[in-house]
Design a protein around this ligand. Structure first.
Ligand SMILES: Nc1nc2c(c(=O)[nH]1)N[C@@H](CN(C=O)c1ccc(C(=O)N[C@@H](CCC(=O)O)C(=O)O)cc1)CN2
Ligand SMILES: NCC(=O)N[C@@H]1O[C@H](COP(=O)([O-])[O-])[C@@H](O)[C@H]1O
Length: 197
């Protein structure tokens, strides 16, 4: 059974979709823990309600980057992590973590990468850029996490139409609905592959 650790920075609706899929038996895995970079976010409440351990780890709490990275790696090892899922996580995953979990970190991004990815493209900013460019379609992407933001191999995507009448919030809502389907589907496939190894 695959051990999953989720990273989140905000409301955690994608985190909730993973929780639901695990509890419904759609993902052959267990969520060993939640790591956040903030303390006052709904993701933490979601973890508490579902008896999922949580820890807040953020760079500013440490004297240097090395202590921060070591703390992340120790926590991930203690949870016997097989798969890391970035679910609305807004900080860059350090290189050392990527090296230790190469190919085992995935991220959900609210655009059709490679379009509208990279530094500055997070949350509502992504949808605003899509509308500013008068795109006819958008969507979401699950990809492998690599050194730079949003450059890793794409695992899966889902498309949504963009309407002339859309504002950023309406588009975000339409994309988010697809994220909640796509992310658990990808994790379920990775979990099944893991169970065969
Ligand atoms: N090493 C990696 N770390 C992360 C990746 C990645 O692909 N490689 N993906 C991001 C998630 N993400 C898009 O999907 C993303 C998140 C945040 C940013 C960004 O520009 N952040 C700002 C800071 C925002 C804040 O502090 O709230 C910044 O770096 O200036 C871009 C893309 C997660 N980590
Ligand atoms: N570049 C990263 C990024 O923009 N991620 C996006 O943040 C939102 C988090 O929502 P949630 O906290 O409700 O899951 C989601 O739309 C996710 O795709």
């Amino acid at each position: 059974m695959i051990n999953i650790v989720v990273f989140a920075s905000g409301s955690g609706t994608n985190f909730q979709s993973i929780i639901d899929a695990v509890e419904e038996g759609k993902i052959n895995g267990r969520i060993r823990g939640l790591i956040t970079n903030k303390t006052d976010i709904q993701s933490i409440e979601r973890a508490r309600k579902h008896n999922i351990p949580h820890v807040t780890i953020y760079p500013g709490a440490f004297d240097n980057q090395s202590e921060y990275v070591d703390t992340l790696l120790t926590r991930l090892a203690n949870w016997e992590t097989d798969l890391i899922v970035l679910a609305g996580y807004m900080l860059k995953i350090p290189s050392a973590v990527i090296e230790n979990y190469e190919g085992k970190i995935i991220n959900i991004h609210p655009s059709l990468l490679p379009k509208y990815g990279g530094k500055g493209f997070y949350g509502i900013n992504v949808h605003q850029a899509v509308l500013e460019n008068e795109e006819q379609e958008s969507g979401c992407t699950v990809h492998i996490v690599t050194e730079e933001y949003d450059e890793g191999p794409v695992l899966a995507q889902r498309k949504v139409p963009v309407y002339d009448t859309d504002d950023a919030e309406e588009l975000a809502k339409r994309v988010l609905k697809q994220e909640h389907q796509l992310l658990p589907e990808v994790i379920a496939k990775l979990a099944n592959k893991h169970s065969k190894t």
